[in-house]
Design a protein around this ligand. Structure first.
Ligand code: ADE
Ligand code: ZN
Ligand code: ZN
Length: 236
């Protein structure tokens, strides 16, 4: 996601943390909110020193496959990255600096896991090679899902998060079930439909936004609730 998607994810998660997780996060993040630190992994991208992390934001595999059956990238991917972050944050023998770095990375990556185009296919780099128009402006399918769709609501991240956080305890528990392997395959499955409904050069606008409103909102909501689950488990 772009900035707004990540902040929505962080803001929703903040409302579903256990006391223990809240205290651990407050300490490691120096009192900053999850929404605030959620964009850190994108902010370091410009620095060459961090180039090895660029492959951590996404995973590509054939559309008819499950993650666990697919060939793995030697550069690592979103899933191996989440596993590495989790291990490091848990490890009390690591420096505080490392634990903080990988915690901020983890908070970002659980968001990206729910952007369908970040669990996509290699041929078009998760939609980056599919050029389109969005309300008359040039963009691509990846960018439509990172930010164009979200920004079209003209809402702040707090407004969006509050809108999406209306969920019963039962629904929340259901959404928080499963593992990152289930979650990545769920995002990945959405790509089939998304690829079918956008031709290269197509002019997208209100109709597209309306068609995908529910999927977009669901993915943002799931990302937030599952981020809380991952952090609660981590600091339990
Ligand atoms: N580069 C290659 N595949 C990508 C993807 N799915 N998302 C973002 N960048 C990519
Ligand atoms: Zn992206
Ligand atoms: Zn990212």
């Amino acid at each position: 996601w772009g900035k707004t998607g990540h902040r929505v994810t962080g803001h929703i998660a903040e409302n579903h943390l256990t006391g223990k997780a809240k205290r651990a996060l407050k300490d490691l993040l120096d009192g900053h909110s999850l929404a605030f630190v959620s964009t850190f992994a994108d902010e370091i991208k410009a620095d060459r020193k961090y180039s090895k992390f660029s492959a951590w934001h996404y995973v590509n595999y054939p559309l008819d496959m499950r993650y666990e059956d697919a060939p793995k990238s030697k550069y690592g991917d979103l899933i191996t990255a989440i596993e590495e972050c989790t291990q490091i944050v848990k490890d009390k023998d690591r420096s505080r600096e490392d634990r903080v770095f990988y915690l901020k990375m983890l908070i970002h990556l659980i968001g990206d896991l729910h952007q369908p185009m970040h669990a996509s296919r290699a041929e078009d780099k998760g939609g980056n090679d599919i050029q389109l128009q969005w309300f008359g402006e040039g963009t691509n399918l990846h960018r439509v899902w990172d930010k164009n769709l979200i920004l079209s609501y003209g809402m702040t991240y707090t407004e969006l998060a509050n809108e999406l956080d209306q969920v019963s305890r039962k629904e929340r528990k259901k959404i928080q079930e499963g593992t990152i392997y289930n979650w990545v395959d769920e995002s990945h499955k959405l790509c089939g439909k998304i690829y079918e409904s956008a031709e290269v050069g197509e002019k997208l606008g209100y109709q597209y936004s309306y068609k995908y409103n529910d999927i977009l909102f669901q993915q943002l909501q799931k990302g937030g609730l599952r981020l809380a689950k991952v952090l609660n488990d981590l600091f339990d």
